[in-house]
Write a protein that binds this ligand. Structure first.
Ligand SMILES: NC(=O)c1ccc[n+]([C@@H]2O[C@H](COP(=O)([O-])OP(=O)(O)OC[C@H]3O[C@@H](n4cnc5c(N)ncnc54)[C@H](OP(=O)(O)O)[C@@H]3O)[C@@H](O)[C@H]2O)c1
Length: 495
């Protein structure tokens, strides 16, 4: 983005990427493959090491074997890929230890010293662990002398993944406690949606194309709808999910980030401070949600493509009477001059009929439309930004159907990413890890941004819990609870 550094980086400074929680799902599925993808593209420093740390007992060979299962040859097909894999894996080592043990982290320190005896290297500490371990690990890292190097050596940066707390107070507390070890400057809070190509493109679409600017406000836009839908259940994450629910897991972070990018004013310039200043400003204009603005749902047993799924409360690891929402829809109002009166409808759900994330921006009907007497259905223009699957941007217009006489039909001006840019669209983690290495924080969540996001959701989350609101039931594989349609209809909108 703008002042984001070019793809050249200082490759002479050694780098160690320490992945804490290296045995886990995120590490194996996302972090190591992303590092390998950067390695294949020659985007990492020449002296580069990966050190995995977690409790599981395994030697370097077993660790490398597990990583290898997840590496792909996307960037370098053919024989060369095997050579690159071997070279990459040779740079990966593993230390087994406990997350709250300073001795374990001293062992990690010894390993890092062994890899770079002069101690000049930059260090990334990627916390790929459940959030309740963040503070233990941060303190153990500091006590083992890994973070503060008294002005010697390179920089140290910490990467953490949501959830950052479970409400405003717990999030603030986590931020303050982490700040005792890592400064805000050293802290990279990932929302991996911000690394997705289509999401990164939102600012380009808005601010590098003149045509959108004059129509991007309450005068032309009727409503904005942001949907995140999954046809999956819990994927073995019942313990985590039941504690957090869909509002904390998806809405408060991914959906709000997308909303901020749609709603923000143009930044002064493209650097991380200005971009995030504008996002914070937009989020601070959002009125905190009340129960009246929200629908919550929970799936019951049902089938998708002939596959039977049990209901949420029957899932292994979910308490029998759990009220945790697996679906939520909400309407947000942005009280500023650009957006006052435009409903921003957001919804997120698991166990639905489809797997899809998209933003739909619907424009007003044409005033005094001369075709209004036409028997053909007139529909308003709509800009659709499809994040997944099949990333695409399309614009719905009314068109004359070729032929004699006037017959109208809606058509789409379509930009499919696959067709336009080929198959080499980087995974979000590749882009985000490269930014961590370069020190570009544009795509990471700043602490005030996090607080502004929690401010919107905390009152309603507390109210849902205090009143023990029973989520509306919906069948697995359906479109979600009917109340979500009623919510949209209140604003003359349809999902
Ligand atoms: N997976 C994803 O796609 C995804 C997406 C978004 C955000 N995240 C976030 O990324 C972080 C890591 O996610 P993950 O899915 O990789 O987590 P995970 O597999 O549940 O945990 C990572 C590692 O942490 C250790 N661990 C797990 N539970 C523990 C416990 N109760 N006590 C001590 N150690 C424990 C385990 O390693 P050892 O037993 O070997 O120590 C495990 O391999 C979490 O903050 C998660 O919320 C993950």
């Amino acid at each position: 983005m703008g002042e984001r550094p070019s793809l050249d980086l200082d490759r002479s400074q050694p780098l160690s990427a320490v992945v804490v929680g290296a045995s886990g799902d995120l590490s194996m599925r996302k972090i190591f493959p992303a590092l390998f993808a950067l390695y294949c593209q020659d985007l990492l420093p020449r002296e580069f090491h990966v050190v995995g740390f977690s409790r599981s007992q395994m030697g370097n060979d077993a660790f490398r074997g597990r990583i290898m299962e997840h590496l792909t040859c996307r960037y370098v097909p053919g024989e060369k890929c095997g050579e690159l894999m071997d070279a990459f894996l040779a740079r990966c080592t593993y230390v087994s230890g406990n997350y709250n043990s300073v001795d374990s982290f001293r062992q990690l320190h010894t390993e890092l010293q062994h890899l770079d005896p002069q101690g000049r290297e930059n260090r990334i500490f990627y916390m790929a662990i459940p959030p309740f371990l963040f503070l233990d690990v941060a303190h153990a890292l500091a006590d083992a002398g890994l973070v503060h190097r008294d002005g010697h050596g390179g920089w140290g940066r910490v990467v953490i993944e949501k959830p950052f707390g479970s409400d405003l107070a717990s999030s603030n507390q986590l931020t303050e406690s982490m700040a005792k070890v890592f400064t805000e400057d050293q802290t990279y809070r990932i929302d991996h949606y911000l690394g997705k190509e289509v999401i990164q493109n939102l600012m380009v679409l808005r601010f590098a194309n003149l045509i959108f600017d004059p129509i991007w406000d309450r005068n032309c836009i009727h409503d904005v709808r942001i949907s995140w839908m999954e046809n999956l259940s819990l994927e073995g994450r019942a313990g985590y999910f039941d504690e957090y629910g869909i509002v904390r897991d998806v809405m408060q972070n991914h959906l709000l980030q997308m909303l901020a990018l749609v709603a923000m004013e143009p930044p002064v310039a493209l650097n991380s401070h200005y971009v995030r200043d504008e996002k914070v400003k937009a989020l601070r204009c959002v009125a905190p949600l009340t129960l009246n603005d929200v629908v919550v749902g929970q799936y019951t047993a049902g089938a998708v493509e002939g596959h039977q799924h049990s209901g949420y409360r029957e899932e292994e690891g979910v308490p029998a009477g759990s009220r945790t929402p697996t679906y939520a829809a909400a309407v947000l109002q942005i009280r500023n001059r650009r957006w006052d009166g435009v409903p921003f409808l957001i919804r997120a759900g698991k166990g639905l009929h489809t797997n899809m994330t998209e933003i739909r921006i619907r424009f007003h009907d044409v005033p005094g439309n001369i075709f209004r007497t036409s028997p053909d259905l007139l529909t308003a223009n709509e800009l659709v930004i499809r994040v997944q699957p099949n990333a695409a941007i399309s614009f719905r217009i009314m068109n004359k159907v070729p032929g004699l006489g006037i017959k109208l039909a809606q058509s789409d001006l379509d930009l499919s990413y696959e067709a336009a840019f080929g198959g080499k669209i980087p995974d979000a983690y590749e882009s985000l890890l490269l930014d961590v290495i370069k020190g570009d924080k544009s795509l990471f969540i700043r602490s005030d941004e996090l607080a502004a996001a929690w401010q919107i959701f905390t009152p309603v989350l507390h109210e849902l819990e205090a009143r023990r609101v029973e989520p509306e039931k919906y069948t697995f594989g359906s479109e979600g609870p009917p109340a979500a349609n009623a919510l949209a209809a209140r604003f003359n909108a349809r999902w």
